[in-house]
Design a binder for this molecule. Sequence first.
Ligand code: HPA
Length: 240
Amino acid sequence: MSTHIAAEPGQIASHVLMPGDPLRARWIAETFLEDPTLYNDVRGMLGYTGTYRGVRISAQGSGMGQPSLGIYAQELFEQYDVETIIRVGTCGGLSDRVKVRDVVLGTAASTDSAMNTPRFGHVTFAPAADFELARIAASVAEERLLPYVAGGLFSSDQFYNPDREITSTLARYGVLGVEMEASALYTLAAQFSRRALALCTVSDHLLTGEETSAQERQESFEDMIIMALETIVHLEHRSA
Ligand code: HPA
C-alpha cells in the first residue's frame, strides 16, 4: 500500500478514471464496470477496479484541488505503475465558445497555483494533455455525436476567486473553462512520462450565469464517462 491508498500491488488497473468526488468513483464502478472491487476507502477516497468491454479500468476519487489530486495521481503513477489517468470532472464555462453541458477536452491547463515553482523556478512550464489520448477522445466524441470543445482549462486554487478580472483575461486568450485539478495532473503525468487527459462538463457558466439542473448534470456526466471509457478501450486496442 502507499501512504494514502490501501491497494495491494496489482489491484489497480493501468488505466484510471479520476473524478473529484469519491462517490462518483463508486457510481462509475457500479454503473459501468463489470465485477467492480473496492481497493481503497482510506479517508473515504474510494477506488475501485473492474472491467469495461474486456479492458481492466479503475475509478479513483481525487478530492478537490491540486494538492489533493497531486497526492493520489503521484501515488498511482509512482507506486502502482498506472499508465493513464483521465480526469472526469466539471468546470465553469468562461468563454462564449462553450455552453452548459458541453464537454471541455482540456488540451492545456493554465494555473494560479504555486505548485510548479519548486520544479521549474522562474520558468513557466506549460502543462498539456497527452496528444494521443486527446486525439482518441475527440474522435470518440465525434463518432458518438457528443458535444465537446477542445481548448485550455484554468486550474485555479480558489473556487471563490476574489479576482473577477482574471477569468475574462484568460477567456480572451482562448481558455474555455475553470476547474481546480487539471494542471497538477498534467504536470505529474509529464514528470512520470505517463498519459493524462482532463474531460470536464460545463456545469455552470460564468458569462451567462446559466447552470445545469441535477438531472442535466447526471446525463452529461454519463456521456462524458462513456467518452472516457471508450477512449481507454481504443487506446488499448491500438497498442495491442
Ligand atoms: N470554479 C472552479 N471549479 C469549478 C467551477 C468553477 O466555477 N465550476 C465547476 N468546477
